[in-house]
Design a binder for this molecule. Structure first.
Ligand code: PEP
Ligand code: MG
Length: 576
């Protein structure tokens, strides 16, 4: 009998191969003390030095065999190992509190992880935590004199199964043999996701118990499209997935051919399919997937990587890199959108009973201009390097937008007075993700340059259903006529004022929503890079004029399932 494991789909594709378990030694550390501080400090130095050599060698190996991007996944680890303040903190614990080297490093890592843990919901926020765990594991293995599992030992085609696969593991992969990846733990940390995507390895993470259920050598099917792992599949299951794998390969080839194409419907209406990004690595991903620009830079990542706020210079450098990488294509940067489920240790926000309805995003920016102003200055300073657009998150009233825009104008003037060059014609828009602003879209449309519909939050606030709560997930209905009516109203209001509209929530990458959104005239679809070519392929097959009656029927339907049925019936191209 086969067994089914569910997890998160971290990297697209289907793999069918035997399992290869990467199970590590027990590295648990007890509370231990030592009076021989010098000895412990020496052990610490030695293990750091060994780990640094090891990670440098992994970096070089990855660079030579997998390329620059693959090697970059261990950059954070190298930075941690060279971080003098970390050494000093651990040594202080050894000298002051008489901890053993093992206990001192474990405690220091745990302290740092605690700060980062709260941010675990966001892929890029947890990459730092991954790096700390990865480095700690390697240092502890040297201190304890035990060997970590070695991915380079694999000499046949197989699927790695592990509690957790760290970036230093992935950087050692031999592409000839690794067919796919399955882990017990995790979130899709950005490193892991980027790496498996870069290597085009199907991956399912966070299965909870894969290493218990799977034995070495068991045949596995990894369905990285839907986040499923089938253990010891039947012949029928293997046949079925072989067909799906062949279809996946066909689609990849077909969609891949559209990478440098435009997005244009059969009746000649042009659309833009662009990417949502968090880090510079995501921007590279976006370009590889044929993005026609960046529709959303979640600037939170810049703040998450440090224990303190990034300086104006550091931010300027980062935005400049984004703009340069996109070589003249539009890059929409959203100012800091923190709060709700996105916490930030350095901000020290008060606990709230209802954080999604509380002090977040632009509300923080306006109340704490010492955070917003440097970010706007950095954006303005970088604006000469490409086509920048700026947008403000969670705008609920026109006064908020006006206030934010005024701060932007003041900083622009200040920079010009200081002799700093700032681009002309930077577009300034807002996230449209609060129902009040959707209702008032006509008023906002007179003052903004563009809207970006944040369907994730818009739907959560429209249905009063927490977007992260699985018990109320049934209320989270992208195709519900209530959502469609609001989206149409926003697009119509913007177009009446000659303004463009993007959508950067998950709905923009949902192929079922595509025919409706294009027929409503949405100008830009912004999504995870992995969906771009699929959506472009779909748009290129459809005719906006012929879809008009469908929009009419959909907004007059009573339920989301009625809408879905209509779409599937009338637009068979949406079926994969
Ligand atoms: C894109 C959105 O923003 P985030 O998911 O970052 O809240 C949204 O709310 O739809
Ligand atoms: Mg949002």
């Amino acid at each position: 009998m086969s067994a089914l494991l569910n997890g998160l789909a971290a990297s697209n594709g289907i793999a069918i191969a035997p399992a290869y378990l990467l199970v590590g030694p027990d590295l648990s550390v007890n509370q231990q003390y030592s009076v021989n501080e010098n000895h412990e400090v020496k052990r610490l130095h030695d293990s750091f030095a060994l780990t640094l050599n090891e990670v440098q060698a992994i970096h070089q190996h990855a660079h030579a065999t997998l390329g620059k991007r693959a090697a970059a996944v261990v950059d954070d680890q190298l930075a941690i190992l060279k971080d003098r303040s970390l050494h000093a903190e651990i040594i202080e614990k050894i000298n002051q509190e008489h901890l053993t080297a093992e206990w001192a490093i474990k405690k220091t890592a745990d302290d740092r992880l605690k700060v980062l843990e709260k941010m675990n919901d966001n892929d890029y926020l947890s990459s730092r935590a991954t790096a700390i765990k990865d480095v700690t594991k390697r240092i502890l293995s040297h201190l304890m004199g035990v060997k970590l599992p070695d991915p380079t030992q694999l000499d046949h085609r197989a699927i790695f199964v592990a509690q957790n696969i760290t970036p230093t593991d992935t950087a050692q992969f031999d592409r000839r043999f690794v067919a796919g990846l399955v882990t017990d733990e995790g979130g899709r940390t950005s490193h892991f996701t980027i790496m498996s995507k870069t290597l085009a390895l199907p991956a399912v993470v966070g299965t909870q118990n894969a290493t218990e259920v799977i034995n070495d050598g068991d045949l596995l099917i990894v369905d990285g499209i839907h986040g499923k792992v089938i253990v010891r599949p039947s012949t029928e299951e293997v046949d079925h997935y072989q067909r799906l794998a062949a279809q996946f390969t066909r689609e990849q080839q077909e969609w891949g051919a559209l990478k440098d194409e435009q997005t244009v419907s059969t009746d000649g209406r042009h659309f833009k399919v662009v990417a949502n990004v968090g880090t510079l690595a995501d921007v590279v991903d976006a370009r590889q997937n044929g993005a026609e620009g960046i529709g959303l830079v979640r600037s939170e990542f810049l703040y998450a990587r440090d224990d303190h706020f990034p300086s104006e210079n550091k931010q300027t450098k980062a935005y400049k890199q984004f703009l340069t990488e996109m070589s003249g294509q539009r890059v929409v940067v959203r100012t800091l959108d923190i709060g709700g489920d996105k916490e930030l240790g350095s901000l020290n926000l008060p606990q709230e009973n209802n954080p999604f309805l509380g002090f977040r995003a632009i509300r923080i920016g306006l109340a704490r201009p010492e955070i917003l102003r440097p970010q706007l200055r950095a954006l303005l300073r970088s604006s000469v390097y490409g086509q920048l657009a700026i947008m403000f998150p969670m705008i609920a009233t026109i006064e908020e937008f006006r206030q934010a825009r005024q701060i932007l104008d003041e900083e622009r003037q200040r920079l010009i007075d200081e002799g700093v060059s700032v681009a002309d014609g930077i577009e300034v828009g807002m996230m449209l993700e609060i129902p009040s602003s959707a209702v008032m879209a006509d008023v906002f449309a007179r003052e903004v340059d563009f809207f970006s519909i944040g369907s994730n939050d818009l739907i959560q606030y429209l249905f009063a259903a927490d977007r992260g709560n699985s018990q109320v997930a049934y209320l989270y209905q992208e195709l519900h006529p209530a959502v469609l009516r609001l989206v149409k109203q926003v697009i119509d209001a913007a177009h009446a004022e000659g303004k463009w509209v993007s959508m950067c929530g998950e709905m923009a990458g949902n192929p079922l929503a595509t025919p409706l959104l294009m027929a409503m005239g949405l100008d830009e679809f912004s999504m995870n890079s992995s969906n771009i070519l699929h959506i472009r392929s779909l748009i290129n097959q459809l005719n906006t004029r012929q879809l008009q009656p469908l929009v009419h029927k959909a907004i007059n339907a009573a339920t989301a399932s009625e809408v879905e049925q209509m779409i599937r019936q009338e637009v068979p191209q949406v079926l994969k």
